[in-house]
Design a protein around this ligand. Structure first.
Ligand SMILES: *Cc1c(COP(=O)(O)O)cnc(C)c1O
Length: 385
């Protein structure tokens, strides 16, 4: 089936036979038939009807769909994107290992890699993701994991997934890609040879700014290993969020395609505005990795970033004047959201780390929603003038 049809029917075999919409299982615990059955449940791999931290039928239905979307054998849902990323990374590394990652990552991922892993005796090298030779030079004999994110937050730099997967495969290194920005509609990292794919399902997959969830997708053996850690670390999702996520997924293809088309139009318009120094968007010819974007993405996503000529003050002014566009974190919802990157990060990252991530003082990230192209351009026009 094509991905558009999978979104609607991919979980049918595991749902209730007759119910068209999913059945919710809010129960935290389940009765065993007898002592032998209880013992079976307690030692089973990912039991769905034992205790809700171990698994749940509603979650299993959503996971079945997510695995297919990412061309993976299995998927495991989490309480948040960070729950998914932290649990996956912690299940893949041990003291003495080395990890290669990017200079630019989602803030929480950066904190995990540069603050928490070193405390556990795991060394981390962060490289410029746009230079794929940099990944090769960073490898060591004890490299166990390569973490990538493409396009990355907030400068929309790309990572060459096939090149990274190729490097890792011959050396037995596991690769993990955060596919939140691209979504499986634009890029399926496993098609390029990546092992594990993670998402903040809070963003496009859920799509309505009303749930927090994460997912890890991959082969059965690695997902089993992640699950063993998941039940200990405890960042489990719940039936309500799994149900809302499944509801959001039904319309994923329509939402991301519209958002990407509007983002390209807005990026093209902004690039010509006299107050704008640069627009970062993989779909623009001016993007330094536009050729890679064409090879690796089916469309260019709904997130763009604008560097304003007026710097810090101009960015703050723009956000104060936008009317339709809200100044709020997150992305992937139906509404357009914008944030001033430098002021979002100055609390948790050093000025050097912010600069290293390529974030200028006047950088505004815009996550394009489903409003009309004309209304959005009009809002930016009145706010910039
Ligand atoms: C939001 C986000 C995360 C974290 O996800 P949460 O659901 O907020 O925990 C991770 N990676 C990327 C790229 C994100 O945008």
């Amino acid at each position: 089936m094509d991905i558009e049809s999978l979104l609607v029917h991919g979980d049918r075999a595991v749902g209730d036979e007759a119910a068209v919409a999913p059945v919710l299982f809010p129960s935290s615990t389940y009765r065993a038939r007898d002592a032998r059955h209880f013992a079976e449940l307690a030692t089973a791999d990912r039991p769905q009807r034992f205790y809700a931290r171990y698994g749940n039928p509603t979650l299993a239905q959503t996971e079945t769909l997510l695995a297919q979307l990412e061309n993976a054998e299995q998927a495991l849902l989490f309480a948040s994107g960070m729950g998914a990323i932290s649990t996956a990374v912690l299940s893949l590394v041990a003291t003495g290992d080395h990890v290669v990652a990017q200079q630019s990552h989602y803030m929480g991922t950066s904190a995990l890699l540069t603050r928490i892993l070193p405390r556990m005796g795991v060394a981390v090298s962060c490289v410029d993701q746009s230079d794929h030779a940099a990944f090769a030079s960073a490898l060591r004999d004890n490299t166990a994991l390569i973490v990538v994110e493409t396009p990355s937050n907030p400068t929309l730099a790309l990572t060459d997934l096939a090149a990274v997967a190729e490097l890792a495969r011959s050396r037995g290194i596991t690769t993990l890609a955060d596919n939140t920005f691209a979504t499986p509609l634009a890029t399926r990292p496993r098609d390029f040879g990546i092992d594990l794919v993670v998402h903040s399902a809070t963003k496009y997959l859920g799509g309505h700014s009303d749930l927090v969830a994460g997912v890890v997708c991959g082969d059965a053996a690695r997902i089993a290993q992640v699950w063993q850690h998941a039940i200990v670390l405890g960042a489990c999702s719940n039936a309500w969020d799994a149900y809302l996520l499944l509801r959001g997924l039904r319309t994923l293809s329509l939402r991301v395609e519209r958002s990407a088309a509007t983002a390209l139009a807005l990026a093209t318009w902004l690039e010509r505005h006299r107050g704008v120094a640069q627009v970062h968007y993989p779909g623009l010819d001016s993007h330094p990795q536009h050729a890679l974007a064409r090879a690796q993405m089916r469309h260019f996503g709904g997130v763009l970033a604008i560097d304003l000529k007026g710097g810090y003050g101009a960015a703050q002014n723009l956000l104060a004047r936008l009317k339709l566009v809200s100044n709020a974190v997150s992305l992937g919802g139906v509404e357009t959201l914008a944030i001033h990157a430098a002021s979002t990060w100055e609390g948790s990252l050093t000025p050097e780390q912010i600069a290293q991530a390529g974030v200028g003082a006047g950088l505004v990230r815009v996550a394009v929603g489903l409003e009309s192209e004309r209304d959005l351009i009009e809002d930016f026009a009145q706010a910039l003038d």
